[in-house]
Design a protein around this ligand. Structure first.
Ligand SMILES: Nc1ncnc2c1ncn2[C@@H]1O[C@H](COP(=O)(O)OP(=O)(O)OP(=O)(O)O)[C@@H](O)[C@H]1O
Ligand SMILES: [Mg+2]
Length: 377
């Protein structure tokens, strides 16, 4: 483990030319997640900086839980691979240190975390287009159709990520539906609803069981694996997608559905916390437009990718493309539902909901999220 002194010594040795030997360096710890240790190392004189992301064998917030080191190599390689498809949307990796389990990468300074910005009701005109670009190019680009079945099978092996997939299988796709651990929770006025409609609905359990099976077996594309609004940085013009340590070959709809669900958390927050006004109407409309535009642009970009780059003649006609996208959208709707439920009921809650100070307003937002999966469109 590093502190703000040892991480500077480490960077000087690991990447001696980045700052130069005379630079006076300062480090600060940025870790705010559950899993890893993140430092910024900066040359005070020039402002030049980089990020060190260090993985231990255990969770940062629970050092008795072992998850191995493999995720660090996977995160680094997937950042590099996705960056080939979308250079403007992914941080550059400068070095991967396999022995120390460190990724040294571009400091996305000037960017803010999308979740915090959405909670502050800010608008990002390029968000839908950029995330659609990532999904249409980087995800579809790693499917059998584009990279070829043999190469893809080698990548499936290389990016099998059992420890991190197990976290999703357990915390996202199982535990929120049962009360045996007694650590799910909602506001008291929503408790009866949770018990009846989330714990007690066997049809819902069957659907989530099917989604879990899809998550476990559908090796469709090299996913980000954790594409929530906390994994996205934004500026007013630009977008950056980071932290793909949950990456594995899985169903594209898992990533796209997660992104949509996180926009619904932003909608629920704004609905109950903003004063009735033209600004509120405009903001809610923008959030909905992100979801709609994201779906339209993703469909178009994915179709273009398949049409232009597919190496498989069985998969190059318009009927196939329509059927393929319809299948992704079916998965996407399901996984948006599982993200909405697990972030509302389960242990890993989102700031969009937990930061709502008025208990009645928070209960209303929770209810919207718990019911959104039932909406038929
Ligand atoms: N490339 C970067 N540039 C600037 N800041 C970064 C960068 N990578 C990470 N950070 C900062 O460090 C924080 C933690 O990073 P990250 O989310 O990757 O860690 P994590 O331990 O994997 O978190 P989680 O529990 O959400 O998986 C981010 O919220 C961000 O503030
Ligand atoms: Mg992470």
């Amino acid at each position: 483990m590093y502190d703000t002194t040892t991480v500077i010594n480490y960077v000087r040795k690991a990447l001696p030319h980045f700052f130069g030997s005379n630079a006076s360096l300062k480090a600060e710890e940025l870790s705010d997640g559950n899993i890893n240790y993140v430092f910024r190392v900066k040359d005070e004189a020039t402002g030049k900086s980089l990020i060190v992301k260090h993985a231990e064998d255990t969770l940062r917030v629970n050092t008795s839980r072992h998850i191995g080191f493999e995720r660090s190599r996977i995160e680094c390689e997937v950042l590099r691979m996705h960056r080939e498809y979308c250079p403007g949307l992914i941080p550059e990796v400068y070095l991967y240190d396999e022995d120390e389990h460190n990724i040294l990468m571009e400091d996305m300074k000037g960017y803010e975390n999308l979740r915090y910005e959405l909670c502050a009701h800010k608008i990002f005109p390029n968000l839908a287009e950029d995330v659609a670009d990532f999904c249409g190019k980087a995800l579809i680009g790693t499917t059998d159709m584009i990279i070829g079945a043999e190469k893809k099978k080698a990548l499936v092996k290389r990016y099998t990520n059992p420890k991190l997939c197990e976290i999703t299988e357990r915390h996202v796709l199982t535990e929120p539906y049962f009360d045996d651990l007694d650590d799910n929770s909602v506001m008291p006025e929503n408790d009866a609803f949770m018990r009846e409609k989330i714990y007690g609905d066997e049809e819902l359990h069957a659907l989530v069981g099917m989604l879990k099976s899809i998550f476990e077996t559908k090796a469709q594309a090299l996913l980000h694996g954790d594409l929530h609004s906390g994994s996205v940085f934004v500026t007013p013009e630009k977008t950056c997608i980071f932290d793909p340590e949950f990456a594995f070959y899985g169903p594209v709809g898992y990533d796209t559905g997660n992104f949509i669900a996180n926009m619904i958390f932003a909608y629920a927050n704004a609905l109950v916390t903003m004063e009735d006004s033209a600004d509120k109407d405009a903001y809610l409309e923008w959030v909905l437009s992100v979801i709609e535009q994201f779906c339209d642009r993703f469909r178009a970009k994915a179709a273009a990718m398949i049409e232009e780059k597919s190496t498989d003649r069985m998969m190059r006609n318009a009927y196939f493309r329509d059927a393929y996208m319809a299948d992704i959208f079916r998965d996407q709707a399901g996984f948006a539902g599982t993200e909405l439920i697990r972030r509302t009921v389960g242990t890993s809650k989102v700031k969009d909901i937990t930061s709502i100070a008025d208990p009645a307003a928070r209960a209303k937002a929770e209810m919207l999220c718990m019911k959104a999966h039932q909406i038929q469109v």
